[in-house]
Design a protein around this ligand. Structure first.
Ligand code: FES
Ligand code: FE
Length: 458
């Protein structure tokens, strides 16, 4: 254990100087407190409604390290139940997904209904003498369950604000950047793999547009990015205007910052670029991912800030949207993270286009993804070094862009238009410290940073 005291965590994330104490990635006690104060309290993404369409459909998900069953009961209501029998704690559901009439514990046979009620106890009459109050021994239920545009979330804490309020402007925008891509269906199977890194490094990286030109240099050389030289001269000119190619990350960046730690970081797509991309259309397949931005409905939902925002959203604490995919960074101890990938396709897309989307998804992220293999190596090495006795005396640096560009606010959304920066990362760590310092939702509601204000220099 490197750290004797647990907080105040604000001292470990110095937002004035832009430094973060390495102990937050290594200390076992801090990790345990994260499970309690972040994961057991936050709204966690469970699954897509299309995965649990009918009564009895279930999908096994996680809240922190705890297994939960997301299901639909006989009345058609969404339920999220702790996957632990109330008798000796055994898992009552072992399959990752499927359809069930009830959940039978394989240890002694207690049986639970789809709404978590204890409905069957072997020996109820002879061994328990009908004295067991079954109404008190149902599966533990989530404090709140809700769906945002088909994406199901749950919180174990009944004191949490409702989902829409929790998401706020920025969380909703993040979800809308995927939801507005059409009527989506999940491609069968969720890709899962384990990386030897702290979960926060995997979250931090999703905002990181500083690393691609170095970390992913070999991936880019392999030609998996759009092959511009195959285009006509005229289209190559158009591609330049569209901001495609050139290698590395685009310089025109936008950080969108919201309450409770939700943030979006990455490229900004101007109208000129969007128009050029629309003209190129099918000639560069990946551009189809952004076509929804031309739809009046998407423009209305995303608003003036959202329509130009092409970066990566993170719904605090650990849900990332990119392209047609969702990724969870699930904590598995201070030095392990389980990465999950859900891939969607628009229902109305042709079979050929669906294949192209899935092929692209598999080649970029997930266990076989070119980029994730590069990233995972770096996160693994960073995590190893965080445990060093000497290394732990030296904080990490998050000073890129610090205090340089004033915050803008449009339609209630706070953002910073600038060059490549580390604003979303530092914003996430600031929120992390606030969540960790708060002893209850009441305290967190009172003490968390709201979105920054116009002119703020952060
Ligand atoms: Fe489930 Fe005993 S542990 S019935
Ligand atoms: Fe990367």
């Amino acid at each position: 254990m490197l750290y004797e005291t647990k907080g105040p965590f604000r001292t470990m994330v110095d937002v004035e100087s832009g430094t973060v104490d390495r102990g937050i990635y290594a200390d076992e006690g801090i990790y345990q407190l994260e499970l309690e104060r972040i994961f057991a309290r936050a709204w966690n993404f469970m699954c897509h409604e299309s995965q649990i369409k009918k009564p009895g459909d279930f999908f096994l998900s996680f809240i922190g390290e705890e297994s939960v069953i997301a299901t639909r009961d006989k009345k058609g209501e969404l339920q999220v139940l702790l996957n632990s029998c109330r008798h000796r704690g055994n898992a009552v559901c072992r399959a990752e997904e499927g359809n069930a009439r009830s959940f039978l514990c394989t240890y002694h046979g207690w049986t639970y209904g789809l709404d978590g009620q204890l409905i069957g106890v072997p020996g109820y009459k002879d061994f328990y003498h009908e004295q067991l109050d079954k109404s008190q021994w149902g599966l533990v239920k989530a404090g709140k369950v809700a769906s945002y545009k088909g994406f199901v979330f749950a919180t174990m804490d009944p004191e949490a604000p409702d989902l829409e309020e929790y998401l706020g402007e920025v969380g909703r925008m993040g979800m809308d950047l995927l939801a507005e891509k059409g009527d989506l269906e999940l491609v069968g199977g969720v890709q899962k793999n384990l990386i030897g890194c702290n979960w926060k490094l995997a979250v931090d990286n999703l905002f990181d547009w500083y690393h691609p030109q170095i970390s992913h240099a070999s991936a880019f050389m392999s030609g998996f990015r759009p092959q511009l030289e195959k285009l006509s001269q005229e289209d190559q000119e158009l591609a330049k205007i569209a901001g495609i190619g050139g290698g590395g990350a685009r310089q025109l960046q936008r950080a969108v910052l919201g309450a409770y730690g939700h943030a979006i970081g990455g490229p900004r797509l101007t109208k000129i670029e969007r128009d050029a991309r629309a003209k190129l259309g099918d000639k560069i397949e990946i551009l189809n991912n952004d076509r929804f931005r031309e739809l009046p409905q998407a423009q209305q939902v995303l608003g003036e800030v959202g329509i130009d925002t092409a970066g990566h959203p993170n719904i605090f604490p650990n849900l990332w949207m990119t392209g047609f995919q969702l990724s969870l960074r699930l904590p598995r101890g201070p030095s392990q993270c389980e990465i999950w990938w859900f891939t969607f396709v628009p229902k109305e897309a042709s079979e050929e286009r669906k294949k192209v989307i899935v092929h692209g998804a598999n080649h970029v992220f997930g266990a076989a993804g070119l980029l994730e293999q590069d990233d995972g190596e770096n996160w693994d090495q960073s995590t190893r070094a965080m445990r060093g006795v000497v290394a732990s005396r030296y904080p990490l640096n998050f000073q890129m862009g610090l205090g340089q560009t004033p915050v803008s606010v449009n339609e209630g959304v706070a953002y910073i238009d600038t060059n490549i920066n580390e604003h979303p990362q530092l914003w996430t760590y600031r929120a992390w410290a606030e969540w960790m310092d708060a002893e209850s939702w009441a305290q967190l509601k009172q003490n968390h940073s709201a979105a920054p204000k116009v002119g703020d220099l952060i």
